[in-house]
Design a protein around this ligand. Structure first.
Ligand code: NOJ
Length: 524
């Protein structure tokens, strides 16, 4: 485990929308460099940058055309290296986004592989042996290439799947993992990782990490073998590099060699993350329909068990080997502010920043940026509403860019009360200052860090509060509109170390006012 990950608090940046310093309407590396002190000032000491490589941007950069070249709209490779060194000067780390499962259909590998008689990269992608041959249940594209075969896609049509082989090949076009073609793909992936690690990055967030080996078993045994091999390379040659997976099944991902895995809502997880902040359905127009059952929604039917049962299952399986990452949001999910009030969000963040593992704060979530209904951009669809420009200050384009408003990558929030960093910095009660206080608390109290010292004290379906222990600390949160009490260890000493709203604990009971949160030290 890279030592620095034990104390890491990440800030995720969607580079398109962070800060534009050259007036072209889109964010850039220089903008990120200029805001490193701001991010550091929040208490975050690590960054995750969404893909910033050469791409036709049909999926916001998750369709890479050249893994070793930055997208010119953000800057050059040298600018990105400067970002690494400026971050390192501030003792901050930078994870790049590694997209190992697919490339853009414009990648040179794919262009060559699509030819009737490819000279190179014949097996870099997964081709069937006949132009009319596909298999049910897998996404194929037929009829596009000169090559008389169909190929598998990993996500959108523009993203042909790279070939890491099949776990148990059943057809002659399904190559085994140790076939020279898939083996060469794996070496190419290692080569890309080495390229950026040598350039100064500190590791990778790994896109769809569980999807590499096709025809895998339920345990993802083939894909796990592949990652363990990559982890061995890191342990040997780059022991300080971290890999964080988008796998959403920590039990498998950590065993496969990842240092941390996101706790999201992909199958086979069953909605424990969603149940906290986004337990509702969206219509096709992105409007919340029906009841909002989110745990952190004030008047909702609360059920913390959905989260707790799933989390504990993964936590117990991984606690000695790696971390679970909880996120405030990301570029794929509706911002909390789509449905929760600022007060509700403050309690949600208090929970996230007092849980074990490695937390991630999505840009703009620190000020409660809204989810905005905007037309799709770069394959974002409903996700686009969580990708609008960062709101720095009052005035033109809310400080994001000097370009004309109609030239911006996406429009800024036009609401009269659009939150900004500038306004919230001046307001001691703002969400921004609450985030800073929570992160400061996490950093000051060793027991609130990544450590596996978590246990549940009180978590009952339909009841409040939720109470948990972190080593020598007790944490309780009551997002409901009513007072709530729970039995806690007798040994609580004095008033809370930190609180939101009113709460107290004495004589073996904690008493939480509506919408409150508290952290207490347990007497020895
Ligand atoms: C997950 C990424 O987070 C998402 O934005 C992207 O569209 C897909 N993977 C495909 O790469």
């Amino acid at each position: 485990m890279p030592e620095w990950l034990n104390n890491a608090i990440f800030y995720e940046i969607y580079p398109q929308s962070f800060l534009d310093t050259n007036g072209d309407g889109i964010g850039d590396f220089e903008g990120i460099i200029q805001k490193l002190d701001y991010i550091n000032g929040l208490g975050c000491n690590a960054l995750w940058l969404n893909p910033c490589f050469d791409s036709p941007f049909k999926d916001a950069g998750y369709d890479v055309r050249d893994y070793k070249k930055t997208a010119p709209r953000y800057g050059t490779n040298d600018d990105l290296k400067r970002l690494f060194s400026e971050a390192h000067k501030r003792k901050m780390r930078v994870l790049l986004d590694l997209v190992p499962g697919h490339t853009s259909e414009e990648h040179q590998w794919f262009i060559e592989s699509s030819k009737a008689c490819p000279k190179e990269y014949r097996d870099r992608y997964i081709w069937t042996d006949h132009c009319f041959k596909t298999t049910q249940g897998i996404g194929f594209i037929a009829g596009e290439a000169e090559r008389a075969a169909a190929y598998i896609i990993n996500f959108f049509k523009c993203q042909p799947a790279l070939n890491y082989g099949w776990f148990k090949p059943a057809e002659n076009w399904q190559l085994p993992m140790d076939h020279p073609g898939p083996a060469a793909t794996r070496e190419a992936l290692k080569d890309i990782m080495r390229f950026w690690l040598d350039a100064g990055c500190d590791g990778f967030r790994v896109d769809m990490a569980m999807s590499l080996v096709k025809g895998d078993d339920g345990e993802r045994s083939g894909t796990s073998m592949l990652w363990r091999d990559i982890r061995a390379m890191l342990d040997r040659d780059y022991p300080d590099a971290a890999i964080v997976s988008e796998w959403s099944y920590p039990k498998q991902a950590i065993a496969a060699g990842f240092h941390a895995d996101f706790f999201l809502d992909f199958a086979p997880n069953s909605g424990g993350f969603k149940s906290l902040f986004r337990d509702y359905e969206l219509t096709s127009d992105n409007v919340i329909s029906g009841e909002d059952k989110s745990f952190f929604k004030k008047g909702a039917k609360h059920n913390i068990k959905k989260f707790v049962d799933e989390y504990i299952y993964h936590y117990e399986a991984t606690k000695h080997y790696g971390y679970i990452s909880l996120v405030t949001g990301n570029h794929d999910i509706v911002r909390m502010r789509g449905s929760l009030s600022t007060e509700e969000i403050a309690l949600a963040y208090a929970f996230i920043f007092t849980m074990p593992g490695v937390p991630f704060l999505y840009y703009g979530d620190e000020i409660g940026m809204r989810y905005i209904n905007v037309p799709t951009k770069e394959g974002g669809y409903y996700r686009t509403g969580s990708r609008t420009p960062m709101q720095w200050k009052a005035g033109a384009n809310l400080g994001f860019s000097a370009a004309a408003a109609d030239k911006l990558y996406l429009p800024v929030d036009r609401a009269a009360d659009a939150p900004t960093v500038e306004a919230q910095e001046k307001d001691p009660a703002s969400l921004l200052n609450t985030v800073k206080a929570l992160i400061a608390l996490r950093r000051a109290e060793k027991d609130l860090g990544a450590l596996p010292n978590f246990s549940v004290i009180y978590a009952e379906s339909g009841r409040m509060p939720f109470v948990y222990r972190r080593g020598s600390l007790l944490v309780a949160v009551n997002p409901s509109g009513e007072c709530a009490k729970a039995a806690v260890p007798q040994t609580i000493a004095g008033s809370p170390l930190y609180a939101i709203g009113n709460c107290s604990a004495a004589n073996g009971e904690c008493s939480m006012d509506a919408q409150s949160f508290g952290v207490w030290r347990l007497a020895q």
